[in-house]
Ligand binder design. Structure first.
Ligand SMILES: [Zn+2]
Ligand SMILES: [Zn+2]
Length: 341
């Protein structure tokens, strides 16, 4: 093993409800089947806030958060043939799976009994370098977006995509509850597919509502409002359980309510009549490599996405998380190592 004079800078969470700490570390070495990436950009996800809040019981401390990584391959571990040095790849939330459990064998690796989650059970991209399993990296050679713009696609885009698939191809009238990073991307995909999209935001969040309308949504309003027509399906991106009965009220008979988040406040009791008439409530958990292949292939056939980002230097990761927590920007926060503060 060579001795690297170069160090890695990582923003580390040492436990729940702590601030991030900057840490100099030796360059991480890729093991068999792994690659080391130089991180070019890493977006900040609401899941990073849930991690910091101690809402994710599978977290392994200390951990470097970040699972919307765009990087270039800098070192190849033994046996890696599918990736090459210098190649641009993305690293999403699902960082590994066992390949043997009933879910993996059934093509549902997102539900694996022994999964690895980037930036949660293994170190993620709030760093200058990261080691990833090569077979879970997404090649981004053909994506016509720069690094910071591409980063939010690795979770906000992918989870949005899986949620949209769950909503059903026949969902022509779609409600999106919570208009942040995921919704602003998937709204554009849904509209390009010919769907009508209604955006629901926190009461009085006119900035988010205007953002939704500017991106082509047919209507935008407060989450308690009744949309102009019944929805075929609703996707909930806001981690607010009280939205479930509101969304059930807004969908038609046989309609679906898809919960896209990893964590949500409790769902309040509601009358069975809201669920009756074959309405369904579903949740989306994680994503598969097939989702990533499909999503990035679909992007090739759609008009270019407008990805709204606010970039921060790596060392300002705490500020980025705080701004996300308080809804201080539209779109997605992205950490860019090397960006001057
Ligand atoms: Zn498995
Ligand atoms: Zn995420």
């Amino acid at each position: 093993m060579t001795d690297h004079p170069e160090k890695s800078l990582a923003m580390v969470l040492r436990g729940a409800r702590q601030a991030l700490q900057a840490e100099q570390r030796p360059l991480p070495e890729p093991g068999a089947g792994q690659v080391r990436l130089r991180v070019r950009a890493c977006a900040v996800c609401r899941t990073d806030l849930h991690l910091q809040d101690g809402d994710l019981p599978m977290a392994r401390w200390p951990v470097v958060p970040g699972h919307e990584i765009v990087g270039t391959v800098e070192a190849l571990g033994a046996g890696v043939q599918a990736l090459r040095l210098g190649q641009r790849v993305g690293v999403p939330w699902l960082g590994g799976c066992c390949g043997r459990c009933r879910y993996c064998l059934a093509g549902q690796e997102n539900l694996c009994d022994a999964p690895e989650f980037t930036g949660c059970t293994r170190d993620g991209g709030f760093a200058t370098h990261v080691v990833a399993n090569a077979s879970f990296c997404v090649p981004l050679d053909h994506l016509a977006l720069d690094d910071a713009t591409a980063a939010p696609l690795l979770c906000a885009g992918l989870i949005g995509w899986r949620s949209l698939r769950m909503a059903g191809d026949d969902a022509r009238v779609l409600g999106l509850y919570g208009f942040g990073a995921a919704a602003h991307l998937i709204a554009q995909v849904a509209i390009a597919q010919g769907r009508r999209v209604y955006a629901f935001t926190r009461a009085g969040d006119t900035a988010a509502q205007q953002h939704a309308l500017a991106l082509g949504c047919a209507w935008a309003g407060d989450s308690g409002q009744t949309p102009p027509e019944p929805l075929d399906a609703a996707i909930l991106f806001a981690p607010v359980g009280a939205l479930v009965p509101l969304a059930l009220k807004a969908v038609r008979k046989g309609g679906r309510v898809v919960c896209g988040g990893i964590h949500m406040s409790d769902i309040p009791a509601f009358p069975y009549a809201l669920l009756w008439e074959e309405r369904q409530i579903l949740s989306v958990a994680n994503l598969t490599r097939a989702d990533a292949r499909e999503f990035f292939a679909a992007l090739q056939t759609l008009p270019p996405l407008q990805v709204h980002t606010r970039t921060y230097p790596l060392q300002a990761a705490d500020q980025a998380m705080d701004d996300l927590r308080h809804g201080r920007f539209q779109g997605a926060a992205v950490l860019v190592p090397g960006q001057p503060g």
